[in-house]
Design a protein around this ligand. Structure first.
Ligand SMILES: [Zn+2]
Length: 282
């Protein structure tokens, strides 16, 4: 259980101690500006120290690629920049010892473009996946809320997406609860989370779910709007998160908050979600 943490003044000097102070057992960072194309390089000393801290405290770390990345874009420049940015984030992920790099599944942007967009995703990702060693971060596909000509929103959309990537062993899924709810999953009704995770396991196979973004939603089920809310304060509700922790697909899978309110909200919500886990409270 952890959260997305802003890097601030250094991964080891600031990010890691802040995450631990909030009670985080896992964390996610951006490797640069999430809304820009600039490729930020790390500080090798901070990277090494951070890697050592994560290892010593058994805290899995993740990198989230910038929002502009769209491997399905019909615009050549956007596609090229997206390929370079995913490669850069995988390199940064390896340098900081991250378990995975989260990449949004993207959009075809225009009608009638889905086949070529999926072909681009395959051509971009397969060579990168093949080049990843066993210790390198996984590419974690995060389905979106279904806005625009989304290539993958609901759980069922993962079937063709994973097929296009030959079910590569270095590909995992990052399930964002706000996104899947916005795409129509019935997380707001009893049993809805369980059925959604059952379906995900059926489609993606075992051990494909490798990260969860635990976000509530400001908007109703099926809204296709991506507006995160603090857990228990949105339209999904806490019962769904309790159901989630009880599901066998969650065993050993890190769960991260990406919710509004910053550090002060995380300080309350990390323990809140921990309290929903089955077994003795930690
Ligand atoms: Zn997310």
């Amino acid at each position: 259980m952890g959260a997305h943490i802003t890097i601030g003044n250094g991964l080891a000097a600031h990010t890691f101690p802040l995450a631990r102070e909030l009670g985080a057992e896992a964390l996610q960072v951006f490797a640069g500006n999430p809304r820009g194309w600039a490729m930020t390089h790390g500080d090798p000393n901070q990277d090494k120290e951070f890697r050592d801290l994560c290892y010593k405290h058994a805290v899995p770390a993740f990198v989230h690629a910038p929002y502009l990345v769209n491997l399905g874009s019909p615009t050549e420049q956007t596609y090229r920049s997206s390929v370079d940015m995913v490669a850069h984030n995988l390199a940064r992920g390896a340098q900081i010892g991250a378990q995975g790099v989260v990449v949004h599944t993207g959009s075809a942007v225009a009608e009638g473009n889905v086949d070529s967009a999926m072909k681009q995703v395959r051509e971009a990702l397969l060579p990168m996946l093949d080049a990843l060693g066993a210790d390198a971060p996984d590419v974690l596909l995060e389905p979106t809320a279904g806005q625009g000509r989304s290539l993958c929103a609901g759980v069922d959309d993962l079937r063709p997406y994973l097929e296009h990537l030959d079910h590569h062993p270095k590909v995992g899924v990052c399930l964002d609860t706000c996104h899947v709810f916005a795409a129509g999953a019935p997380l707001d009704e009893p049993g809805g989370m369980t059925r959604t995770l059952d379906r995900l396991t059926e489609i993606a196979g075992p051990h494909r779910l490798r990260l969860v973004h635990a976000n509530d939603s400001k908007d109703a089920r099926g809204s296709f709007h991506d507006r995160h809310e603090r857990v228990g304060r949105g339209r999904i509700g806490l019962d769904a998160f309790a159901e989630m922790f009880a599901h066998p697909a969650l065993a050993g899978v890190p769960v991260l908050l990406e919710t509004p309110g910053g550090v002060e909200a995380d300080r309350e919500d990390i323990p809140l979600l921990k309290s929903l886990r089955p077994g003795p409270a930690r």
